[in-house]
Ligand binder design. Structure first.
Ligand code: RB5
Length: 145
């Protein structure tokens, strides 16, 4: 898969852990995030990744900041984007199955009940349910118009 990632300075380690996991599994990662010793404002990174995703060619995106909250809010402000902030494996699966999100976000300063890489894999393995879920996702997107 072709995956886009971005992060601020509060989630460099988490971004690297996820990126290494994905690349070891054979995925291609485009990394718009910062590395060690660099700083970035999460609104810039969330918006940058969301806009890049919308150019096409990406399967999905992963955003990381201290909590995952700010960067997910920023991405969700970009028209057409649904970014979830899953709190566990089940929510990561549902972010795809029910909400058909193009992005998931995580926090480098958050303790999760499962390894984040497992949550990422759960999102990858899940499929959008369509039908009633498609209607509800359409309802969400109509709020933008
Ligand atoms: C940066 O200190 C921090 O505010 C940011 O990473 C994030 O947690 C915001 O939601």
């Amino acid at each position: 898969m072709n995956i886009i990632m971005a992060n601020d300075h509060a989630a460099v380690e988490l971004k690297t852990e996820i990126k290494n996991y994905l690349e070891a599994a054979g995925h291609h990662v485009t990394d718009l995030g910062v590395g060690n010793g660099e700083r970035a404002d999460y609104p810039d990174k969330g918006a940058e990744a969301a806009r890049e995703y919308l150019k096409g060619g990406y399967d999905f995106g992963i955003l990381c900041c201290g909590t995952g909250i700010g960067i997910s809010i920023a991405a969700n402000k970009v028209k057409g984007i649904r970014c979830a902030l899953p709190q566990n494996l089940f929510a990561a699966q549902m972010a795809k199955e029910h909400n058909n999100c193009q992005f998931i976000a995580f926090g480098g300063r958050i303790e999760y009940p499962q390894p984040v890489t497992q949550m990422v894999q759960g999102f990858i393995d899940a499929s959008f349910g369509g039908e009633r879920h498609a209607r509800r996702v359409e309802m969400i997107m109509e709020i933008e118009s």
